[in-house]
Design a protein around this ligand. Sequence first.
Ligand SMILES: [Zn+2]
Length: 351
Amino acid sequence: MKLDEINNKATTIDLKVKILSIDKREINTSRGESVYYYGMIGDETSVMAYTAWEFPTAIKVGDVVEIKYARVKEYNGRLRLYMDSRTEIILKPGENLDVKNTYREVKLQDISTKTPFVSVSGMVSGIKTREYSKEGREFLIYSGFIEDNTSKVRISSFGKPLENGKMYSIKGARVAEFNKQMELSMGDKTDIEEISQNVDFERNFKIFEIKNPAGSINIEVFVITIGLKSGIIKRCEICNKLLSTDTGICKDHPNAGTILDIFTYFTVDDGTGIMQAIAGKKAILPIIGIGDDEIAKYANDIYNKISERLYGHAFKMNVDFIMNEEELSLRVNNISELNETDFKNDMIEEV
Ligand SMILES: [Zn+2]
């Protein structure tokens, strides 16, 4: 029988399945210490959790086994297979079995490399395509962003088209970490389906609510410190790398020109948490009212301008929460005005 044929009235169980995971737990009972095993099994039709009071040590994850004389019971609303001393678990050496893919549906803010494949849904934007050839096959890579009401993350699709502005349900996307943020990729085994769904993309959150890297989140904060070394930096015109302040020359492009950028670092507080933030000129110039071509003109005064405008004031910021050695910090995309009186009142009410 197949896993999807099992119901909680099934009396004689005879299955051929693949062992997908084996975990062991020790418990103390009135009769002393005892051990049980639990995990997942799967076949072409479904996957199921199991608990085993006895489990042959020779059997490993990935093995195909025949299971006879087990019981099925509902546990937490789901069917679970129970194996005891009566159960026969027979190894089928050399056999393989395709297992139905089932992926947990998650919000984009909850993706983590601990769960390498997930199902998500969201709207796609900023898609660019480029050609790619692999094993003599030519195909297109679509890369851009996907967003839901909790986060916006990079996504790339190898061969399967993604169109800007469309909503998709994506099953079996791979999770990776890149540039201190989470990203998703889609390949041959990813299922994608266009869906219609209304999503509110105003991602307004409090700092304490965010536990994972998440992109394009709105927060309302006070700037409570400004880093003393915030100011103008120089980058190579060709590779955009930061140039050292002594030489001001790019090792790879010694003859290239330089571009002026601004680097600021500061601490923000929203009443629920405090966080370190960094911001470049894209976020800073509009709020201090200086144009890109005026950076040089204000060179001696830039720190004061930033400090006067930001320090002790409240702003709405669009930020990416990034992971820096186990700790979250902020990369600021945009800073806008906030009515400070309203914000102070909100903060007081919540505290
Ligand atoms: Zn360079």
